[in-house]
Design a protein around this ligand. Structure first.
Ligand code: SAH
Ligand code: SF4
Length: 401
């Protein structure tokens, strides 16, 4: 006999509590600098309001500061021209408007630009700007963790252990530093930036295993009086943390991308080991529950094409069967090899045949051209390469070379 529905809901809630508690163990160091100042970036609006009240300033200052930090992108209190000098000084004594340091910035022939950012404790993460020439805009691919607890077989980040979660300041900071690099803040005339107006949470790490910080960062990014991206311009990619998918849909309502990569549990167990915990049937049920999925806002299924592993015609047909009835599209990603990886990309003909089968069934199935091959764009690779070049000593608890 199956458990009553309310029991099932309690179980999911218990599972969510467990996931959140575990993820809190990997939280970043505090926002406070050695000199006692705090970073304004990454504070929620409520937290900023509390800070402003604590220094005896009226509530309308919150709106002003928020506007300068997140709409204008200033990094210096001196430039907040609507705020009188004495208050500018008072703020500068207590706060900084932080950005991660740029360790590396490489631009590929196809204009993909990859950044390696370093945070205050020396940890590093990758951010990629992917231009969309047709649309004159582009996406910023943001990391959510340093390393990853999951170890998907084809993923380079999966070879690194999880060092820690990124905090909300570090998540928003990647986007803001990328905008700095492109001079993409509103001009004094108020023109809105277009180049960097989309976020994909598809960099290093599993965003739903760092939900609290990711959610806080996305709320900051979506706030109308600041960066003001709509939830339609944000896509969160998950390897399938089922209980947190529901929470993400209910609270953030951003677009969802699901890293499927296999249509049978035996193969997915191997490629995406999280499947052993949340198998395909549960994952697909969570996709069907995901709010707001419609033809205008389809769920994206990512499918990395591995030669001879998951690229047969039978698998294309099974994929179509799995997503039948869902507003969905499929991104076919040619496998991006990295030194030591055990797979090869599928041949062009195989990818095209696979795409045609999915297409003929009525689903858009674009083949994502690999971007920035010449700059090691396989996720997680830049960080490893950079550490190797600088011969960073391997500390206990961090990954090996
Ligand atoms: N952890 C999340 C988001 C980061 S990975 C997730 O797994 O969805 C972002 C996407 O890149 C995922 O679909 C992942 O499967 C894919 N990916 C990872 N390594 C890859 C590689 N070497 N080649 C092609 N795609 C890869
Ligand atoms: Fe982690 Fe995503 Fe890489 Fe899997 S594919 S190891 S979940 S970053």
């Amino acid at each position: 006999m199956s458990a009553p529905v309310s029991d099932a809901l309690d179980l999911t809630e218990a599972e969510r509590t467990r996931v959140l508690a575990k993820s809190a163990l990997f939280d970043p160091p505090s926002l406070e600098l050695p000199d006692g100042r705090r970073d304004i970036v990454g504070l929620s609006r409520e937290e900023l309001a509390a800070e402003v009240a604590a220094i005896g300033e009226p509530a309308f200052r919150v709106k002003q500061i928020w506007h300068w930090v997140y709409h204008q992108g200033v990094t210096d209190f001196d430039r907040m021209s609507s705020i009188a000098r004495p208050l500018q000084r008072k703020l500068a004594e207590r706060f900084v408007i932080g950005r991660p340091d740029i360790v590396l910035a490489q631009t590929s022939e196809d204009e993909t630009r990859k950044f390696l950012f370093r945070f205050r404790d020396g940890q590093e993460a990758e951010t990629v700007y992917i231009p969309d020439r047709e649309e004159d805009r582009g996406a910023v691919c943001i990391s959510s963790q340093v390393g990853c607890t999951l170890s998907c077989r084809f993923c380079h980040t999966g070879t690194q252990t999880l060092v820690r979660n990124l905090g909300s300041a570090e998540i928003v900071g990647q986007f803001m530093a990328a905008r700095d690099a492109y001079g993409e803040w509103p001009s004094p005339k108020g023109e809105t930036p277009r180049l960097l107006s989309t976020i994909v949470l598809m960099g290093m790490g599993e965003p739903l295993y760092n939900y609290a910080n990711v959610a806080k960062a996305m709320r900051i990014v979506m706030d109308h009086e600041g960066i003001g991206l709509s939830r339609r311009r944000i896509t969160l990619s998950t390897s399938g943390v089922v209980p947190m998918m529901d929470r993400c849909g209910a609270e953030l309502g951003v677009n969802l991308a699901v890293s499927l990569h296999a249509v049978r549990d035996d193969l997915r167990d191997e490629l995406v080991p999280l499947n052993r915990k949340y198998p395909i049937a549960e994952l697909m049920a969570a996709c069907r529950r995901y709010p707001g999925a419609s033809n205008a806002r389809r769920i994206t299924f990512e499918y990395v094409m591995l030669r001879g592993i998951n690229d047969s015609e039978a698998e294309a047909r099974e994929l179509v069967r799995l997503i039948a009835g869902l507003p969905a599209k499929v991104n076919l990603i040619p496998f991006n090899p990295w030194p030591g990886s055990r797979y090869e990309p599928s041949t062009r003909t195989t990818v095209e045949r696979f795409a045609k089968l999915v297409n003929d069934a009525g689903f858009s199935a674009p083949v994502r051209t690999p971007r920035g091959r010449d700059i090691l764009a396989a996720c997680g690779q830049l960080r490893t390469e950079s550490r190797r070049e600088r011969r960073v000593p391997v500390l206990p608890g961090t990954e090996g070379p």
